[in-house]
Design a protein around this ligand. Sequence first.
Ligand code: GCO
Ligand code: MG
Length: 403
Amino acid sequence: MPKITAARTIVTCPGRNFVTLKIETSDGVHGVGDATLNGRELSVKSYLDDHVIPCLIGRDAHQVEDIWQYLYKGAYWRRGPVTMSAIAAVDMALWDIKGKIAGLPVYQLLGGASRAGVMVYGHANGETIEDTVAAARDYQAAGYKAVRLQTGVPGFKGTYGVSKDKLFYEPADADLPTETTWASEPYMRVVPELFAGAREALGWEIHLLHDVHHRLKPIEAGRLGKDLEPYRPFWMEDPTPAENQDAFRLIRQHTTTPLAVGEIFNSIWDCKGLIENQLVDYIRATVTHAGGITHLRRIAGLADLYGVRTGCHGATDLSPVSMAAALHFDLSVPNFGVQEYMRHTAETDAVFPHAYSFEGGLLHPGEAPGLGVDIDEAAAAEFPYRRAYLPVARLQDGTMHDW
Ligand code: GCO
Ligand code: MG
């Protein structure tokens, strides 16, 4: 059996922070897992270094399921983003090892390819509707079949989703949280105009998505969904915070715009009510923050029973290791919907050499054994950790709002 002989975490900041777990085995094979939790990177590193790695040494690396159960049930303190990101990193690394030993890409171990490739959506951002539509046109020209549209709200600086750089959107931009100002009313007026402009310029053959980023009250979300209906959006994401899941009933009563939720979910228990009550159409839980490939498959299995499809989070704060793991999952899972794809910087791609590739709007994980991604530790060492926070949002009178 391939025994786990060593494991360690590597923190690197090639433009943004990433935490990577590397597990080595007695077979001479190693595996990698992504443990990045945006703005709380060092908490997950400590969880792994201080509490998980000591328990891994000497275990059979092939026992992916048993080690998952051991870390989940054995901690007593279940769930939460730190715990589940740490478990996810172990899970990814073990699937990587299993694939390398088998000589097969991980998607083959998950049942094989269910489709030719993974449809992805890119991010079209702009300060104005014209800028956003122009960015979306560039994605269309590059072959994308789906694109997310975010635009500035007139009179407000630093709207969610509007980047300083056109291609690389990186919201964790400061040593301490930046303060932004928000008002829902002008936002709710501008988004339907954006979609009208985009349909006129881009036609109907491309999927258009939008992320509300938890900003609206349920009744406001119902209104926005209804106003977007004529433009047939692929989805409206995170319309309202999902702590109160009954809120989604209210949204559903008002709109047939498909709903996507779950990028901050950590386990199947966060998803259960929304899926079983058919209150969402796409579940956005991701490999890194929801317990790894092993747990995400369980979530997808439940979702499939209710006609809910997957739409994994794929922001730049998930490393190429997470992206590779997501692509093996996406390629194999029957109820795949779409995969978010924000391109990493060239520095990040150099630190994490990978086999996945983009063609004609689809990503493919490639045929390399395992996950097909690695960390170049010498390159990683050139980019030391830099504390970085996501912004916060306040209403115009100073009230804290959901960012
Ligand atoms: C998305 C997300 C991201 C998050 C980021 C926070 O849909 O891609 O909303 O942009 O804000 O991942 O860490
Ligand atoms: Mg989002």
